[in-house]
Design a binder for this molecule. Structure first.
Ligand code: SAH
Ligand code: TMP
Ligand code: ZN
Length: 408
């Protein structure tokens, strides 16, 4: 899919920067696949009319989301707690007093959130196209259908289950270029008083922290309250609350209802004012972001080159999807990073997308600590710092790149 019109409002858009040729962020591969690896040019644009930050080219959805999907939500304990809390909040506050409510979650992955609805005996349905992670959800007692959510899927759900009281999505709305079909589906699926709650990495944080690794094939959008509100407004809906989250290096949780059904919170109005003050519609804002990305790339490369010259051992900590953008944009190879350690079995023994750095089991990191670990999973840094006291105690140091490139 390639476009030069805004996926949200159809206005013409043009790219303000390219992150160069990029492979599939989760496309970990074996050597026999190296010569047919897929690449696309990762150009980004921000729409001056509606504020939507977006990719201008994205691989087909089946290329990314299939039975070999490598991201299992349950690999982080922090995220497990985050989604347990959200599930409880929804059950206790949003669904409270509703007779036999129905919760629908798209992109439920391994059931990290819906399993709590299942446990509590609340009617729910997960829609998850990646069959391998959907199978794990099923084994966790979650009612799940393995397909892509869109308008047709919404109609099928209504026929089988009736309308929903709450529509949930975490780190998936920003993956879907065909947003109009999704919102038409939501409009049909949701009861008149129903609410949409979704969260995704937040554009404001990406701009502030230069966390450009949030941009990768799956993330076709980086949302803001402004752009989400503009998008839903076309369908008679509005954002009535917005709550910042610490997850994924800075996310926003959006609460959406049919227009006028719920009072707008002060928080959402304040967030929109902040976005105005940041000039999120202005090309100058993205020009600055581009310069910041280039500086971040140059700084990281020079630290790694220096360590290489000194003969230091550097490994990558966690083969995150985000790391694919860093590695390929900065041109990092096995000259800079000996291997990447990751706890996900499906990634181990494979090679990183694009630059083919070996991905090894976590035990390889523990067996012989490197001098430096480049922390690709900085969004889980609290959890990781607590776990890696031994590495640090033996003089191991971290290389960070968000919000600034530094050794610590
Ligand atoms: N909600 C989980 C998983 C996020 S990963 C979490 O926050 O950890 C995104 C998930 O969305 C993947 O499992 C992918 O298969 C799924 N997905 C992608 N497009 C989708 C669509 N159109 N409908 C439903 N799920 C989709
Ligand atoms: P995420 O940043 O997209 O959530 O991806 C997390 C990846 O990081 C996943 O591949 C598992 C890996 N990981 C580790 O290897 N060690 C850890 O301690 C944590 C928290 C994650
Ligand atoms: Zn637009």
């Amino acid at each position: 899919m390639k476009t030069n019109i805004c996926l949200a409002c159809d206005a013409p858009v043009s790219s303000f920067m390219s992150f160069g040729p990029q492979p599939l962020a989760n496309g970990f591969l074996t050597p026999d696949q190296f010569d047919r690896e897929y690449f696309f040019e990762m150009k980004v644009a921000s729409c001056a009319k509606c504020g939507m930050f977006q990719l201008l080219e994205q691989p087909d959805r089946e290329q990314m989301f299939n039975q070999n999907y490598a991201f299992f939500s349950g690999t982080s304990r922090g995220m497990a707690m985050h989604f347990e809390q959200l599930a409880n909040d929804v059950m206790q506050h949003v669904l409270k007093g509703t007779n036999d409510p129905l919760a629908v979650e798209i992109g439920c992955n391994d059931g990290i959130m819906l399993k709590h609805f299942a446990k509590a005996g609340v009617r729910h349905l997960g829609v998850e196209p990646s069959a391998n992670v959907a199978a794990v959800a099923k084994s966790n007692g979650v009612n799940v259908v393995s397909r892509f959510f869109d308008e047709a899927c919404a109609e099928d759900i209504i026929r089988q289950y009736g309308q929903a009281d709450v529509f949930l999505a975490a780190n998936v709305m920003c993956h879907i270029p065909y947003m109009h079909s999704i919102i038409k589906g939501i409009q049909k699926l949701l009861k008149p008083e129903g609410v949409v709650i979704f969260e995704d990495p937040y554009l404001g944080d990406v701009l502030e922290f230069t966390s450009y690794d949030q941009v990768y094939d799956e993330h076709v959008f980086l949302f803001s309250v402004t752009s989400v509100n503009n998008l839903f407004a076309k369908y008679g809906m509005e954002v009535y609350d917005a709550q910042p989250q610490e997850t994924h290096g800075g996310s926003m949780r959006y609460f959406i209802c049919r227009r006028g059904r719920r009072p707008m919170t002060k928080a959402v109005l304040a967030q929109m004012d902040k976005e105005k003050a940041w000039n999120i519609l202005s090309p100058a804002t993205y020009e600055r972001f581009r310069r910041n990305c280039e500086k971040s790339r140059d700084d990281l490369k020079s630290i790694l080159e220096n360590l290489r010259k000194k003969g230091k051992r550097v490994i990558g900590y966690a083969a995150t999807s985000k790391s694919t953008t860093i590695i390929n944009y900065c041109g990092l190879t096995t000259d800079h990073i000996e291997f990447i350690s990751d706890t996900t079995p499906i990634k181990q023994g494979k090679f990183s997308p694009g630059k083919h750095i070996p991905v090894k089991a976590y035990e390889e990191f523990q067996k012989k600590y490197p001098d430096y670990a480049l922390l690709f999973a900085y969004n889980h840094s609290k959890e990781i710092m607590a776990k890696e006291k031994d590495f640090m105690g033996r003089g191991g140091q971290w290389i960070m790149y968000v919000p600034q490139v530094k050794i610590q």
